[in-house]
Design a protein around this ligand. Structure first.
Ligand code: NAP
Length: 258
């Protein structure tokens, strides 16, 4: 669907070296999370991925990561469940001996107009997208604080910056993630821990598969195309190597939210 002409490629040896790091990627089985997990693996990081039910996709990502020469394992966990998130973080720490990078990418949509939105649709989206990220930060931050080092990247959305009709729940969760990012960045900066958010626009994944290229949305993207999961992954990799950026929100949207 997406056409990306004359693409400049972020070289694997362009400066970000993640060898001996463990990156935990929630929602790493598909879409943007999968692309991030494999990009970080290509840069040398061991990767632990969390998924909610799609074991086949999760195992495939781990196999691909192992082929890149790193260790990788998948863990089924509903990130919205505080106790399960803790148990999973403990298991990953036990298995790999460390956690250096946390990518809060797991996310869902339950779209509908606010006038008829069911309470459960609101709660479910906030629970996975926002509370899920809190749960993971809550359980990983003691490890980062002990290490005096850590990178946290939260995958927000331009819906959290400018709102999106039909996505009040999703927009609220993604705006909440930006507040969570900034507060976390301020709290943990003295321990050398950076926390940033990425705000993608329209990225070609399963989540957006039902939106055809004839959708008027495409006409409003200044760069004229959907983004690629790999492009978001390149930005995440850059932030993993950035030691003097924290509390930032970076749009990657082809100009959609200018
Ligand atoms: P996707 O293709 O639908 O993949 C979602 C991933 O999240 C899957 O790995 C899924 O696991 C996992 N997941 C869902 N609920 C979970 C839960 N409760 N606990 C743990 N994992 C869970 O989504 P995507 O398009 O790659 O989006 C990734 C992130 O980017 C989301 O936060 C999304 O809001 C954000 N984003 C996407 C776009 C876009 O245009 N695609 C734009 C802006 C922001 P299973 O495979 O097991 O189901």
């Amino acid at each position: 669907m997406a056409i990306c002409p004359n693409k400049f490629v972020f070289s694997e040896d362009a400066g970000v070296d993640l060898q001996n790091r463990l990156a935990l990627v929630t929602g790493g089985s598909r879409g943007i999370g999968r692309a991030i997990a494999l990009k970080l693996a290509a840069l040398g990081a061991d990767v632990a991925i969390i998924y909610s039910g799609n074991a086949v996709a999760a195992d495939e990502v781990c196999e691909q990561a192992v082929k890149l020469g790193v260790r990788s394992a998948a863990f089924m966990c509903d990130v919205s469940d505080f106790a399960s998130a803790k148990k999973t973080v403990d298991m990953i720490k036990e298995e790999f001996g460390k956690i250096d990078i946390l990518i809060n990418n797991a996310g869902i949509t339950r779209d509908g107009l606010i006038v008829s939105m069911k309470e459960e649709a609101f709660d479910e989206v906030i629970d996975v997208n926002l509370k899920g990220a809190f749960n993971m930060i809550r359980h990983c931050s003691p490890i980062f604080i002990r290490n005096r080092s850590g990178k946290i990247i939260n995958i927000s959305s331009i819906a959290g910056l400018i709102g999106n009709a039909g996505q009040a729940n999703y927009s609220a969760s993604k705006a909440g993630l930006i507040g969570l990012t900034k507060a976390t960045a301020r709290e943990l900066a003295s321990r050398n821990i950076c926390c940033n958010a990425i705000a993608p626009g329209f990225i070609d994944t399963d989540m957006t598969a039902s939106i055809g290229t004839d959708n008027p949305l495409f006409n409003s993207i200044p760069l004229g195309r959907a983004g690629l999961a790999d492009e978001v992954a390149e930005l995440a990799a850059f932030l993993c190597g950035a030691d003097y950026i924290t509390g930032e929100v970076i749009r990657i949207d082809g100009g959609l939210a200018i």
